[in-house]
Design a protein around this ligand. Structure first.
Ligand code: PAF
Length: 282
């Protein structure tokens, strides 16, 4: 496994491979790797001869300095974990100055409304920051395929829109959510939960599962009010939002239509740890 900290050395290495027959995959991450990330890396390894895993806690996608500060940074542990997965991985772990030599500034995108709801509504500038780093990683690495988890489903749709808008020739592959045994979606943020809170947070997925069973007979509005009520009875978890949307547009459902795919999205605070999850409803 090779680790690169600069764009130019990574680019030079990739260029040196380009004469050989090879296909390049990328798994962009912010580190604090867990089984969910490893499932993305395994998918990438199964479909590409070379895989770049980027580890970069991207400052421009955090709307609160405090959240950025608290985000777990565990590079040595991450490298040890990746080394066990495959020696063929190229790790790209740049500094903020390497990525943002002119200061931590985001580009501004028009994601055609995908970014104004849910995460976009609650985290100002978040998706401009995500778009900026992902576009930059694609420019540096020039991958054939890129792998993202469906836990960040809104992000996945926005990245698909980004490559369409910027005409970037990369296939975006969404991979299923990986869950802890009691159902909590795996996230680097889970590390900040006490074991008691981690168990309690399983309630988030349990609620989504019940919402899914109700979706056959109840309206989206009814289900959202029902979810809000469930969290009122569960004071250690504070619901930030529940939304049921059309998968393609991410617009809230007013009236269910045949042949349209719907998903429920949720954001919850467990003490000061913000957790998100989602589920396909049909
Ligand atoms: O999903 C993440 O971990 C981040 O948003 C990403 C895609 C690596 C961009 O920083």
């Amino acid at each position: 496994m090779q680790v690169f900290h600069s764009k130019s050395t990574l680019r030079a290495h990739i260029s040196s491979l380009e004469n050989q027959q090879f296909s390049l995959g990328i798994v962009p991450t912010m580190g604090a790797l867990h089984t969910g990330h490893i499932s993305l890396v395994s998918a990438a390894l199964s479909e590409n001869s070379v895989v770049v895993v980027s580890i970069f806690v991207n400052p421009t996608q955090f709307d609160k300095a405090e959240d950025l500060e608290k985000y777990p940074k565990t590079l040595d542990r991450d490298l040890a974990l990746l080394q066990k997965v495959s020696k063929e991985i190229l790790v790209f772990a740049p500094s903020a100055a390497e990525i943002y030599p002119h200061g931590n500034l985001s580009k501004s995108y028009d994601f055609e409304g995908l970014d104004t709801v849910m995460e976009g509504a609650f985290r100002e500038g978040h998706f401009n920051g995500v778009g900026t780093i992902v576009e930059e990683l694609f420019r540096i690495v020039q991958p054939k395929r890129a792998y993202f988890g469906e836990k960040d489903f809104q992000q996945l749709q926005i990245i698909k829109k980004l490559v369409e808008l910027r005409k970037i020739p990369v296939e975006i592959i969404g991979c299923p959510i990986v869950r802890e045994p009691h159902g909590l979606a795996m996230s680097s943020r889970n590390e900040r939960l006490t074991s008691a809170l981690r168990k309690e947070a399983a309630f988030i997925y349990a609620t989504l599962l019940t919402a899914k069973t109700k979706f056959g007979t109840k309206s989206a509005n009814y289900i959202c009010r029902w979810v809000e009520q469930q969290f009122k009875n569960h004071p250690s978890l504070r619901l930030e939002y529940i939304a049921i949307t059309d998968v393609a547009t991410l617009k809230p459902v007013a009236r269910k239509r045949p042949l349209v795919k719907y998903r429920a999205f949720i954001a919850v605070y467990a003490e000061d740890v913000r957790l998100i999850d989602n589920i396909a409803l049909n």
